[in-house]
Design a protein around this ligand. Structure first.
Ligand code: PLP
Length: 351
């Protein structure tokens, strides 16, 4: 080791799902199989490239205003970033500065641990129960903050708003972040609680239900006070996180409610149909409130299945980590893509 290496921040990075450059059936990173709303394409076509010589609006007003209007909150209650990964990372930096550990589930979005390590935030993972449910009482002890996804990933399990409120009532002295990347496929959002809990932050994204993972847009909604703290950190870091194209396309997406509802419904319908197909093949599927299914088969080794699927050009996600080594996470794609998946599985399992 070179002397200078002692002063390097060594981190174990998050490992994203593969993005193969050749054509495959891609059910591994929870992207939406439908294109973004037609208005997004129109906005892109109308964009003037000359405009790109200027810096974008540092306040990202076009987008924060569209979101504020959509959710019926003040513009000063919305914070936008480069995907919810950027927003969440900024939240860790801004709000998790206690000596006490931040609490999150042991099986969850693996980026939480990476940010905690990166920013040297103490953390403690709380074990999901044997049915992979979050045990809310585990979050009632003293802590430096709480974060969990709802629905949780990669389990897909959704907890209702009373559950979220129970966690909040027991954690009034710390910041509670609910990562709602998949909420549109599930049910009621914790946004309903924003006015009553000044310490609650709800984070959502355009990557899943809004079909815009490639655009990188995420946002937090919270009390004006917390959004103010987030903005102070952002302006100490990079004033222009949101590029001009994202601002315009994001605002266009929010304006097309009908398309949004329609595509979300199609995915939910395909998900419920796919769950039955998996079960007919002997898989156990957790109830999903997301755009993916978390599945296991009593007689099929998950890793072998993952590799066989990949060989056949069907990509799903496999971690092989403790407690979930026999599980696969399968994104809900188009009905036609799912048919190809089930044809493969039927051949493999029944023959
Ligand atoms: C996909 C995902 C995110 C990040 O999404 P972005 O593309 O960065 O907006 C955050 N949290 C969870 C739980 C996710 O699944």
């Amino acid at each position: 080791m070179k002397a200078y290496e002692k002063n390097i921040r060594i981190v174990e990075p998050y490992v994203p799902g593969e993005q193969p450059q050749h054509k495959v059936i891609k059910l591994n990173t929870n992207e939406n199989p439908y294109p973004p709303a037609p208005g997004v394409k129109e906005a892109l076509e109308k964009m003037d490239a000359d405009r790109l010589r200027l810096y974008p609006d540092p306040e990202a007003s076009a987008l924060t205003e569209a979101l504020a209007k959509y959710y019926g909150v003040g513009k000063n209650q919305v914070f936008v970033g480069v995907g919810s990964d950027d927003v969440l990372s900024m939240c860790f930096l801004t709000f998790f500065n206690s000596d006490k550990p931040v609490l999150f589930p042991d099986i969850t979005y693996s980026f939480y641990k990476v940010w905690a390590e990166l920013y040297r935030i103490p953390y403690e993972c709380q074990k999901l129960d044997e049915n992979f449910r979050i045990v809310k009482e585990d979050y009632y002890k003293e802590n430096g903050g709480v974060i969990f996804p709802n629905p949780n990933a990669p389990t897909g399990l959704y907890e209702d708003i009373r559950f979220v409120e129970d966690v909040l009532t027991h954690n009034q002295d710390v910041i509670v972040i609910v990562d709602e990347a998949y909420i549109d496929f599930a049910g009621e959002s914790a946004l309903k609680l924003i006015d009553r809990y000044e310490n609650l932050i709800v984070v959502q994204t355009f990557s899943k239900a809004r079909s815009m993972a490639g655009m990188r847009i995420g946002y937090a909604i919270a009390s004006p006070k917390l959004i103010g703290y987030l903005n102070d950190v952002k302006y100490s870091f990079n004033s222009y996180t949101m590029n001009q194209t994202s601002l315009v396309c994001g605002a266009a997406s929010v304006k097309d409610e009908e398309y949004f509802r329609h595509t979300v419904k199609m995915i939910v319908d395909t998900r419920e149909w796919a769950k039955k197909q998996f079960e007919e093949l002997g898989f156990r599927c957790l109830d999903s409130g997301a755009n993916f299914l978390f599945v296991t088969h009593p007689e099929q080794d998950a890793k072998e299945l993952f590799e066989a699927l990949k060989e056949a050009g069907i990509y799903v996600r496999y971690w092989g980590s403790s407690r979930i080594e026999q599980y696969l996470r399968v994104t809900v794609g188009l009905r036609e893509e799912m048919e190809i998946l089930f044809r493969f599985l039927r051949n493999k399992i029944i023959n």
